[in-house]
Design a protein around this ligand. Structure first.
Ligand code: PHE
Length: 338
């Protein structure tokens, strides 16, 4: 018996030298330690032995098992590494470029609002916000808009109930800020506004405005022109011209509509500017004394200016976008260009 065990061990020692791969090592393991392997065959002989020899033989077999395992493990460890792959590692090519994670970016309208905020921050303006669901008082009455004004009908304003509506302009924030704060006031107010317009290439029932308001002692129309000119040159470029046309808003007096030379055709005339060379970008004017009365400011002591611009409008002009609906469709082919 002893001899046979020795022979088996030597047999393995010889065979193990010849193997070159993990697969061959597995085969050897099965041959010696498997269910029908060499050690198992020895085990089957146990019951045929005289009882007094069985315990010793059993011990020898256990020792043999241990030795076989060690011999095999040592051999496996000494195999060249490509013959002994560890898991899936060899399938991973570290020289391949990695998978790019998708990096989102800001919506073009948010980018425009950020740009506007930056220009006005440089001029000392804070940013203020107001509610989109608003009281009629803030959208109309406090802004000196009389109750029979056409914009107050439900053809031009979304009413929620009696005196509650979706704000149709960010001018509401002028009143909310002045109610809370004494002069000097220097704010811009970006946000959404709502009007029951039929949707087409130039209109949407929801769009964005940025309001501006500056109130202090001795503020003049020249200050308004200076601030707007600074904004236009910074945002659209030094070559863009500004033009003011007399206009009317109930909450400013005098009022003006502000045009810039068409940035698409440089003022030569194209379909975007209706061949006039100019496009309107905002409304503005000096704060009407009646607005100051509504917020209990001393209209003899303080003067101020206000303006309101359409964010979609100036984004379209800056980038040559010809349809406002593109902003709201979430089409990545459009959005990823900005
Ligand atoms: N609120 C006006 C509009 O929506 C724009 C405006 C704002 C005009 C401030 C003058 C002063 O058309």
């Amino acid at each position: 018996m002893q001899k046979k065990i020795e022979e088996a061990k030597r047999g393995l020692e010889n065979e193990v030298k010849a193997i070159t791969s993990l697969k061959e090592a597995e085969l050897l393991k099965t041959k010696y330690l498997g269910r029908k392997g060499v050690v198992s065959d020895f085990m089957k002989m146990l019951p045929t032995l005289p009882i007094e020899q069985r315990a010793a033989f059993g011990q020898q077999l256990n020792a043999l098992k241990g030795e076989i395992t060690i011999i095999l493990e040592e051999r496996i460890a000494s195999l060249p590494s490509e013959a002994a792959p560890k898991g899936k590692q060899e399938l991973f090519d570290i020289t391949l470029p990695g998978t790019q994670p998708f990096i989102g970016k800001k919506h073009p309208l948010t980018q425009t609002i950020d740009d506007i905020k930056e220009v006005f921050a440089g001029l000392g303006f804070d940013v203020a916000y107001g509610p989109e669901v608003e009281l009629e008082y803030y959208n109309f009455d406090a802004l000196n808009i009389p109750s029979d004004h056409p914009s107050r009908t439900d053809f031009d304003t979304f009413y929620i109930k009696n005196d509650v509506l979706l704000r149709s302009q960010t001018s509401t924030v002028q009143i909310r800020v002045m109610e809370k704060q004494k002069p000097p006031v220097r704010i811009i107010a970006p946000g959404r506004v709502y009007r029951p317009d039929t949707v087409d290439a130039r209109h949407s029932f929801m769009f964005h405005q940025v309001e501006g308001l500056l109130v202090d002692e001795g503020v003049s129309f020249a200050d308004l022109k200076g601030v707007l000119n600074q904004f236009i040159k910074t945002y659209f470029g030094q070559n863009v011209q500004m033009r003011l046309r007399p206009s009317f808003f109930p909450f400013t007096e005098p009022s003006a509509e502000v045009d810039i030379s068409c940035s698409l055709c440089s003022g030569k005339g194209c379909c975007v500017c209706s061949y006039s060379g100019w496009v309107e970008i905002l409304g503005a004017g000096m704060v009407d004394p009646n607005v100051f009365h509504a917020v209990h400011y001393d209209a003899e002591k303080y003067t101020g200016f206000a303006f309101g611009m359409g964010v979609e409008r100036i984004t379209m002009l800056k980038h040559g976008i010809n349809d406002i609906r593109l902003f709201y469709e979430n089409d990545m082919r459009f959005l990823s260009q900005f």
